[in-house]
Design a protein around this ligand. Structure first.
Ligand code: GAR
Length: 188
């Protein structure tokens, strides 16, 4: 049995999609731990409902990123985590975690990278008048939404409502993330 860690900061719909796919055998792994850097985020309650262990921390309570990442690495090591899936984890991964889990951290992003990196990708794409939107999954490096692309899925949208783009995109995210994790684990 392989072990995943999912990192999230917000609602956690991708986390739920991954956790359910694991529970239903569509991903040959379990979610060993959900890591959240936002005490009070909705994803924490979702993890509780699914019976998944959580590590919730307040980055401001630590002197440095290295300090909280050391703690995270120890938790991941203890659970023999094979793959770390960032799912709306709105924080750049630091050297400590990157070094320890090099080549084992992936992220999902709501644009066709390398276009529109950062926290407001959909809003920026709509403002730009984009007609083809998309979702990217990529290996994580020290750059914001950087790293080699693993999978992408595009969809046409001619309107100007960011909420609608988010809705269409999230449905694709949930499918694409499950498919991609499954593929990566089967290749290992
Ligand atoms: C997702 O749409 C993900 O692509 C995005 O955060 C959302 C989290 O949603 N990530 C980024 O923008 C990374 N730069 P969720 O909490 O419902 O899974």
């Amino acid at each position: 049995m392989k072990h995943l860690a999912v990192f999230a900061s917000g609602t956690g719909t991708n986390f739920v999609a991954i956790a359910k796919a694991c529970a239903e055998g569509r991903i040959p792994a379990d979610v060993a731990i959900m890591v959240c850097d936002k005490p009070g985020a909705a994803v924490i309650e979702r993890a509780r409902e699914l019976g998944i262990e959580t590590f919730v921390f307040d980055p401001h309570a630590y002197a440095s990123k290295a300090d909280f990442e050391k703690e995270i690495v120890a938790l991941l090591d203890a659970r023999k985590v094979d793959l770390v899936c960032l799912a709306g984890y709105m924080r750049i991964v630091g050297e400590t975690l990157l070094k320890a889990y090099e080549g084992k951290i992936i992220n999902i992003h709501p644009s066709l990278l390398p276009a529109f990196r950062g926290a407001h990708a959909v809003e920026q794409a709509v403002a730009y008048g984009v007609k083809v939107y998309g979702i990217s999954i990529h290996w994580v490096n020290d750059q914001l939404d950087g790293g080699r692309i693993i999978a992408q899925r595009a969809f046409p949208y001619e309107g100007s409502d960011p909420e609608e783009v988010h809705r269409i995109g999230q449905k694709i995210e949930h499918e694409l993330y499950v498919e991609t994790i499954n593929k990566l684990l089967c290749e290992r």
